[in-house]
Design a protein around this ligand. Structure first.
Ligand SMILES: Nc1ncnc2c1ncn2[C@@H]1O[C@H](COP(=O)(O)OP(=O)(O)O)[C@@H](O)[C@H]1O
Ligand SMILES: [Mg+2]
Length: 260
């Protein structure tokens, strides 16, 4: 029997038309499938140069930007609008300044009408996972950049979406915090078993996070290659300086710069 698909993007093309009628072709003929593997977290990374159309691909999957051509299916149903089955984390911090960390995380649950005790149970679990248990009653302004992004991740994950869309979520962080967040994301994806579609222009980040990496051309984004990143036995701070890791980084760099 054919494996069911969680996400299927078929011949996605997006052309923006500006107010003056000027056209910008952002995405051309992008097709890929993500199988539904219950109880197995998976990270799919789109690696491409700045301005190539990465955010546009994610926004189409999110239901924010309609395809000009092609189709997107989540669990065999066409995407026509935003939905709770997909959650998005952006590069810029998107928490509500007037709400505590806990209330930010519980916001979506409250909208769904989930009662207080259950909300608290769910937010406690996720705040623990992202390492913010001790900051639940603080406000976003009291947090560092990395911690603010953890709030954003927690806010998305607490709704238990089928697919998590992450748009360069660590791009604004300093290198050390960034590395810590990448490790945290790997840990979380093992616990939560989500499908994460992650876009970045950072080659090292792509190799570190990806199970599967799609390398994109410069604008309009087209898929140049699909690379299955081998599972590294240990993903700790030493990995990035190993020959095996560097070899894959080099392979991706060649693809990016030779063809795009
Ligand atoms: N709403 C929009 N209207 C017109 N052009 C846009 C819009 N959003 C993005 N673009 C253009 O589409 C191209 C791809 O943008 P984007 O998907 O944001 O790329 P990336 O995320 O890879 O940097 C860019 O040239 C950008 O200027
Ligand atoms: Mg972008």
């Amino acid at each position: 029997m054919e494996q069911p698909l969680k996400l299927s993007v078929k011949d996605l093309s997006v052309t923006y038309v500006g107010r003056d009628g000027e056209k910008t072709e952002a995405v051309r003929d992008v097709s890929f499938d993500v199988a539904d593997k219950p109880d197995c977290g998976e990270i799919i990374v789109f690696l491409g140069p700045s301005g190539c159309g990465k955010s546009t691909i994610l926004k189409s999957i999110a239901g924010l930007t309609p395809p000009t051509e092609g189709e997107i299916l989540v669990d065999d149903k066409p995407v026509t609008e935003v939905g709770r089955d997909r959650g998005m984390v952006f590069q810029t911090y998107t928490s509500f300044a007037w709400l505590t960390v806990r209330k930010n995380v519980e916001y979506g649950l409250k909208l769904q009408g989930i009662e207080k005790e259950k909300r608290k149970e769910l937010s406690n679990k996720i705040l623990e996972e992202v390492g913010l248990a001790d900051f639940a009653e603080r406000y976003p302004k009291d947090l560092s950049g990395g911690m603010k992004q953890r709030v954003a991740i927690a806010r998305t994950l607490v709704n238990n979406p089928r697919i998590v869309l992450m748009d360069e979520p660590f791009g604004a962080l300093d290198p050390q915090t960034r590395w810590g967040m990448q490790s945290l994301l790997l840990q979380i994806s093992k616990i939560e078993n989500n499908t994460i579609v992650f876009v970045t222009h950072d080659v090292s980040e792509a190799v570190y996070l990806a199970d599967t990496c799609y390398v994109l051309s410069k604008r309009p984004a087209q898929i140049l290659e699909k690379v299955d990143v081998p599972p590294f036995p240990v993903k700790d701070i030493t990995l990035k300086s190993t020959a095996e890791f560097r070899a894959i980084e080099n392979q991706l760099l060649q693809m990016l710069y030779n063809k795009s």
